[in-house]
Design a protein around this ligand. Structure first.
Ligand SMILES: Cc1cc2nc3c(=O)[nH]c(=O)nc-3n(C[C@H](O)[C@H](O)[C@H](O)COP(=O)(O)OP(=O)(O)OC[C@H]3O[C@@H](n4cnc5c(N)ncnc54)[C@H](O)[C@@H]3O)c2cc1C
Length: 364
């Protein structure tokens, strides 16, 4: 793994990172060159609550080289299915994303941190008063125990994600996004010899997965109805007002709500922020790097969740007509690239503006 070596404290500090998910490991790894870093993780084997889809460009941006066996599949595009069932395919024509074995990915990051000199302690931290470090990096995911105890900012909105692993018929090169939930979408992610079928919602997402399964069963796509694995988890919705730097304590990753609200993806965004964990201007730096993008993802999520199914159908049909823009400019992490591509195209922009009054009715 290329280390990013972004730090600016002059003297060596004792740093404790709590939580060895991607954000905690990347933060620890980026601090250990100059500092004495201890990484605490409560689990021996971390539970997986993830679809494991990460962009190729994001991984390159983090400078992470993956060891053999972590990548389960390569994805070059997406099939978008509107609420009425119409669909279009966005084909990036080359690998755009990886489907990873999330447990192996976390282990790899942890091993790399340890190889670089991070001290690993396998225990749950219960009391920060007992931690004598100069700096504490809270990378505790969606466990906001310390946030609540210390009165730190906690994201205000959450989604619940659920996912089944099953053997179904699908095109291994494409993920499927089915907009069959009121406040998010359901996904089918081919992971080699099985697929991850999931859904997210502010309410119980399981009925939406079941509806999707019913639909694909009708299409004859279920090879074997056995559910190989199930997992559930919480996704925080990005809140631009959240404070993440409290001097001695900073928050990073899901603990700081650094998650794309339109996709629920937090590995790359948390990782990008984590590389600034050792800077005095941590909050300023991560915001200047990805704050605008996270905000745009939030706006996309707000816009889509307010649209009626009919209007979403119309919008997707318009995007489908201009899908080549997504194929050329598509970026899973940087929403600005996609939006500027679409709105700089007069054909799309004009038609969108004509439809805008209809959308606005749903907004207010
Ligand atoms: C259903 C679902 C699907 C998802 N799919 C994707 C996806 O496809 N792509 C993507 O990018 N993101 C996805 N995400 C989001 C992604 O999983 C998170 O954004 C990511 O795991 C955040 O990493 P993190 O390091 O901040 O936290 P985590 O990965 O949650 O790690 C936090 C760690 O801290 C440990 N910990 C907590 N408290 C303590 C303590 N007191 N002492 C010691 N250890 C502690 C926990 O055990 C845990 O291992 C998905 C989430 C869900 C729920």
């Amino acid at each position: 793994m290329n280390k990013l070596c972004i730090w600016d404290y002059k003297s060596t500090m004792k740093i404790s990172t709590i939580g060895a998910g991607p954000a905690g490991c990347i933060a620890a790894l980026n601090c250990v060159d100059k500092h004495d870093v201890t990484l605490y993780e409560e689990h021996k084997i971390q539970p997986v609550q993830c679809a494991g889809l990460i962009s190729k460009s994001g991984l390159e941006r983090l400078g992470i080289e993956l060891r053999k066996g972590i990548i389960k599949n390569r994805i070059r595009g997406a099939i978008i299915v509107s609420p009425s069932g119409d669909s279009f395919m966005v084909d990036g024509r080359e690998t755009k994303a990886y489907v990873i074995d999330r447990r192996e990915f976390d282990h790899h990051l942890m091993d790399t941190a340890v190889d670089h000199g991070v001290n690993f302690v396998n225990k749950r931290v219960r009391d920060l008063d007992k931690i004598t470090s100069d700096k504490i990096i809270l990378a505790t995911g969606t466990d906001y125990y310390f946030h609540k105890r210390l009165n730190l900012d906690v994201p205000r909105r959450f989604l619940t994600g659920a996912q089944f692993e099953m053997k179904i018929e699908c095109d291994n090169n494409f993920v499927e996004l089915h907009f069959n939930t009121p406040d998010f979408f359901s996904w089918i992610i081919p992971a080699g010899d099985y697929a991850r079928i999931g859904s997210c919602s502010a309410k119980n997402p399981v009925p939406y997965i079941k509806n999707l399964l019913k639909k694909i069963k009708k299409d004859g796509r279920i090879k074997n109805p056995k559910i190989l694995n199930r997992n559930f988890g919480t996704i925080p919705i990005y809140d631009p007002g959240l404070r993440t730097d409290y001097g001695r304590i900073i928050t990073v990753g899901d603990a700081a709500g650094q998650v794309k609200a339109s996709t629920g993806g937090g590995i790359i965004m948390g990782g990008i922020s984590a590389k600034f964990a050792c800077r005095r201007d941590y909050e300023k730096r991560w915001r200047s790097e990805i704050g605008k993008e996270l905000y745009l993802h939030l706006m996309i999520n707000r816009f889509l969740t307010k649209l009626s199914s009919k209007k979403m159908d119309r919008l997707f049909s318009l995007i489908g007509e201009h899908k080549w823009i997504l194929e050329e400019k598509g970026d899973m992490d940087m929403a600005s690239k996609v939006l500027s591509g679409l709105f700089r195209n007069p054909g799309f922009a004009l038609k969108f503006l004509c439809q805008l009054p209809g959308y606005a009715l749903d907004m207010f």
